[in-house]
Write a new protein. Structure first.
Length: 135
């Protein structure tokens, strides 16, 4: 929860990170991938709503694909969300070189984060990829 607070104890409403998207870089994947399915498993023990956004960008930092934003209600345990990418969206996704993730803490002036009360946001993302390979 300390990532949602600055050094003075003020709430930070947007936390972001980025990393390479190596799956999308190979020709094998571009030639044979027919579907990508991503599964989120989320636990939010905060008394606050969170929104998770994943955005994919090409080498020129242009947005190529964006997952539907996921709204996580307060006190959510092991909630499952799924995103499926096919067709033209799959082509856009495969042109991605890096991915950015944002976690948005929805402001609520009547429920400020207390740094002495342990809270947790756990986001696990896994992917299943479907290939069509013919001789």
């Amino acid at each position: 929860q300390h990532q949602f607070l600055d050094a003075l104890g003020n709430e930070i409403h947007i936390i972001s990170d980025q990393s390479p998207a190596p799956l999308a870089s190979g020709t094998f994947t571009k030639d044979y991938l027919t579907k990508a399915e991503f599964r989120y498993k989320v636990t939010n023990t905060f008394n606050r709503t969170m929104v998770i956004m994943l955005q994919f960008f090409n080498a020129n930092n242009q947005l190529t694909y964006q997952f539907i934003p996921i709204t996580i209600p307060p006190n959510t345990q092991n909630r499952i969300y799924t995103e499926v990418i096919t067709g033209a969206n799959l082509s856009n996704f495969l042109n991605s070189h890096w991915v950015a993730m944002q976690v948005i803490l929805v402001p609520n002036p009547s429920d400020i984060i207390n740094p002495t009360v342990p809270k947790n946001l756990n986001v696990q993302i896994s992917g299943q990829f479907y290939f069509n390979i013919q001789n």
